[in-house]
Design a protein around this ligand. Sequence first.
Ligand SMILES: Nc1ncnc2c1ncn2[C@@H]1O[C@H](COP(=O)(O)OP(=O)(O)OP(=O)(O)O)[C@@H](O)[C@H]1O
Length: 295
Amino acid sequence: MEQIIECNNLTHYYGKRLIYENLSFTVPQGRILGLLGKNGTGKTTTINILSGYLKPHSGECRIFGQEIQTISPALRRNIGLLIEGHVQYQFMTITQIEKFYAAFYPGQWKKEAYYELMNKLKVAPGQRISRMSCGQRSQVALGLILAQNPELLVLDDFSLGLDPGYRRLFVDYLRDYARSEGKTVFLTSHIIQDMERLIDDCIMMDYGKILIQKPIAELLEKGRCYTCTVPEGYEFPASDDFYHPSIMRNQLETFSFLSPEEAETKLKLMAVPYTDLHSKHVNLEDAFIGLTGKY
Ligand SMILES: Nc1ncnc2c1ncn2[C@@H]1O[C@H](COP(=O)(O)OP(=O)(O)OP(=O)(O)O)[C@@H](O)[C@H]1O
């Protein structure tokens, strides 16, 4: 399987502050990968490294097999980059900005993709970008990336400012477009419902490290929320199998990838004084909170 993105042992500091150490991951061709993590875990930092804007303290980041810092212009044209939804030339109109960007991508520009999305916008083609709302500007930026028709799309917080209807439209459009054209997508968003609808694989980050990298189907099939009753005041021992156990009065709640049988065996081995053990499958948001904790 061809790897479009390969990051090996990325370590980054801002000044003396370590953001993360030895981060490694790959993204194969044709997959949609979502990077999830709490505020400040380093998602935008990672996007900035992937775009070549930021040089990591150490480690390497290769895209299409080339080191991103020295990638050739011909390959760079095949990366569509959205940094928090901003279009730079706000004095231009919808039509002018399309013509402006088209000149950078001869032979690959698909203006129909841009106008297909713009037609859903309730603004005249002659309206200046500076007079549009934040969400409308995001839509223009997303339309320009689709027209660029890149092999790899890197989208940071792509749903910023979009209303629920337009988010749904864009998520469905992007998923069908990526699947039918074999595009690779790397994205971040805090809107987990969008992620669940869109992505094939996810990386969940905690402060300083990657917690998991898994296909969504496997995460949702194996991840479970467990609840049971324990004596009041009980302290759950630390365990790699049970994430973020929380106890409210005598009700314990925790997240685990163990099956119910394995969980029972493990709890007995740990001598946990539990009764009334229940487990349920979770959605992506519950898995995210289960793995990263509530606060
Ligand atoms: N240019 C910078 N100089 C110093 N510190 C920075 C800089 N950019 C980011 N940071 C810090 O690095 C950490 C990671 O920031 P980053 O923006 O990558 O997080 P994030 O996961 O994208 O957060 P969010 O979910 O809030 O968008 C934060 O603590 C932030 O304060």
